[in-house]
Structures are given as C-alpha cells and as structure tokens.
Design a protein around this ligand. Structure first.
Ligand SMILES: *Cc1c(COP(=O)(O)O)cnc(C)c1O
Length: 383
C-alpha cells in the first residue's frame, strides 16, 4: 500500500480484543506471565510496550526497515546509535548539522574514545579523504539543519560500505514521506520525531530504524540497556500526529516554496537556502533521492542589525526553537539551536549572526507572507 494509506492506517485494529480503530494506550509497566518460561510477548515496559510497539512497527514499515525503536527524544535516539561505536573507532559527520548532534560527536563521544571528523558530506571527495580504516560510521544530515546542504545518500553509502562503515541518516527534515534513506543504501535512519512526524509541537520523541535484523538486535540491546524509551502516552501522541503526515508535508512544502520565492526577491535578504530554489547548488542530487523540498527555509539578512527587529516584528510567526509543527516558527540558529557549535565552525558553514531559520507552518500562506512583510518593513526603519 502507498505511504499515505500506511500513515493513516497506522495503529488501526491492532487490538484484537476490541477491534479499536485507534491504538489503546497501555500504561502497564509489567505483564503477567502465562506460565514459567512463557510470555505474551510483553514482560516489562522498558523492553517492550504494546503502544510503543505499534509506533515502532509503523515507522519501520514507513522507512522500509526491518525494525523501529522509539526514544524519549531525538537526541536519545542518536545517542543510542552512537553507543554502537567502540573505543578507537571513528565517525565522519556532516559539518553542518543540528547543534545537539554536533555536541554529542564533539564533546561526549571523544570521552568514550570515539573520534569524529566533520566534513561537507555533499562533497564525495571530502568524504572519501576523511574515511579511515577505523571509520565505523558515516553520519549524514540531508538537507542539513539549518543551511539545507544536500548529500548524495546512495554515493555516500557506497563509500561507507567500502570501509565496512554504517551509513546513518538523520531524516528529520524530509521524513519518510519525502525521503527513504534505507532504500538508497543507508543502514540506519534516525529522527527527531519531535518535528514533522509529531507535527504539532506537543511531543518530544526520537526514532531509529535499521535495515537489517543483525543491527536491530544490537539497537534493541542498547535501547533496553540505556533505557531512554518513549512512554506510552507520548507514543500514542506521535502515532496520532503521524496519521496526517502526508497532507501536512504537502502543505508545508507548498507554503515554503512561496515563502522561499518571496524571500529571494527581497533586497533585505542576501541569501536564501531552500533546495527547491533553482540556484540551490545540489538541487539535482536532492531531486534524485527525495520527493518534494520540505517546509524549512533559511535566509540571511543583508545586515545583522535587522535580525532583532525582524524577530521582534513578527506577530503570527512565533520566535521559538524547534520546527515541523503546524504553527510557523522562526529561529535564530546562532544563539539557539546551533549555539553549541564554535563560532569559527558556524561561520564556515554559513550559520552566521545574520542567518534566520523559518519552519513554514500550515497557516494561510498570504498571512505568513504579510507577517514577514510587516516585520521586514519595521526592520527597514532601523536603517
Ligand atoms: C531537533 C533535532 C534533533 C534533536 O531532536 P530532539 O527531539 O530535540 O532531541 C536532531 N536532529 C535534527 C535534524 C533536529 O532538527
């Protein structure tokens, strides 16, 4: 069945006793054993919980993987995958990426004896030259947060395979509706499900999907051992949000295309980052591996003095962190989502003090544009 259908049907009639169209929320933390050595499939909720299980099955089929795992946040999901690495091993990581992921690879993993090299993973030569015999994983974001850089997932996975390394893709921005990295040769997909999958700015969650059973067993071992699982209530909220993912992504993109085109015409804007714009340097690579361009647009104001008045001037759009919900949000990466990244590194990838990131929501696009227009007009009076 097509992905729209699988999304809407997620969790329907999973409770054989009642035939409930909506998955029940199982709060039980422990489950009776029918007899010694027998199990209903559920023993203790950290290992498996029926509501979480429905969600994990849903994301596994959506991403085309063998098994899915749900975590208390996107960072918990990524940290679980990072725990598969051993002292002495090395990872190659996209140089523009979510600040928390940078912090994990830059500050936490070295303490466990795992080192990281950050490169433009869109440049295959740079990827090749960063790989070492001890490289165990290639971690990609595509498009990247926030400068929307594109990496060729299939080509990167081929390079990684030559080194016996896993390819891990953070698919938060495109979601399985727009991009399915496992079908392109990646081994592991991670998500901050807090964003588009949840879609309503009301649930913090992370997901991991693996392509092969052998890896699934390892991830399950770490998920259970580390313990940062997603609770039943949040699993249910996430499933509820995911049902409408297809229609939401369609409208996010329609609105984002209009906003990106409008921004590109403004003389107050020196640069717009959106893979759907004709001048995006790796638009063709993105189009080969994804459908649609997503709902995230970043842009650089021509003058740093305009940042504060634009952020103060928006009325409909909320100045806040996060992305992917129905409400439009505007973020200042330099001090918010990407503050963890040293300034020299940020400047090198374009996350400078003039960059703003817009999560284009599902409001009427004319209202979004009018809000930006009036915030820009107010900022212009600042000189
Ligand atoms: C938000 C985000 C994360 C972290 O997820 P949390 O749910 O906030 O822990 C990871 N990767 C990307 C691309 C993100 O946008």
């Amino acid at each position: 069945m097509r992905i729209e259908t699988r999304l809407v049907q997620a969790g329907n009639r999973q409770d054989p006793q009642t035939g409930a169209v909506v998955t029940p929320i199982h709060h039980a933390t422990t489950f009776a054993h029918p007899a010694l050595g027998e199990s209903t499939g559920y023993d203790y909720a950290r290992l498996a919980n029926p509501t979480r299980h429905v969600l994990e099955e849903a994301i596994a089929t959506l991403e085309g993987g063998s098994r899915g795992f749900a975590f208390a946040s996107g960072m918990a999901a990524i940290a679980c995958v990072a725990n598969l690495l051993e002292p002495g091993q090395h990872v190659v990581v996209s140089h523009d990426l979510y600040g928390g992921t940078f912090r994990l690879f830059h500050q936490i993993l070295p303490r466990l004896g795992v080192t990281a090299t950050f490169v433009d993973t869109g440049d295959l030569e740079a990827v090749r030259s960063a790989m070492r015999p001890e490289t165990r994983a290639l971690f990609l974001e595509t498009p990247t947060n926030p400068t929307m850089q594109i990496s060729d997932i299939r080509a990167c996975a081929e390079i990684a395979r030559q080194y016996g390394a896993w390819t891990v893709v953070d698919n938060t921005f495109m979601t399985p509706y727009g991009q399915r990295p496992l079908e392109l040769g990646a081994d592991i997909v991670v998500h901050s499900a807090t964003k588009y999958l949840g879609g309503h700015n009301d649930v913090l969650a992370g997901l991991v999907v693996v392509r092969e059973d052998a890896l699934a067993e390892q991830v399950h071992f770490y998920q259970n051992s580390l313990g940062a699982v997603l609770g039943p209530q949040d699993s249910w909220l996430l499933l509820r949000g995911m049902k409408t993912l297809a229609v939401r992504m369609e409208r996010h993109e329609q609105n984002a295309r209009r906003v990106a085109a409008w921004l590109a015409e403004q003389d107050m804007v020196s640069r717009v980052y959106y893979p759907g714009l004709a001048d995006h340097p790796r638009r063709a690579v993105h189009e080969q591996q994804a459908t649609g361009y997503g709902g995230m647009v970043s842009f650089e104001l021509a003058r740093a003095e305009w940042v504060a008045p634009v952020l103060n001037g928006v009325r409909l759009i909320t100045f806040a962190e996060s992305l992917g919900g129905v409400e439009s949000l505007i973020t200042y990466p330099a001090t918010q989502t990407h503050h963890e990244i040293p300034k020299e590194v940020r400047d090198a990838v374009g996350v400078n003090d003039r960059l703003l990131r817009l999560s284009v929501g599902l409001e009427h696009v004319e209202d979004i544009l009018a809000d930006l227009e009036s915030a820009f007009a107010a900022a212009r009076t600042w000189g």
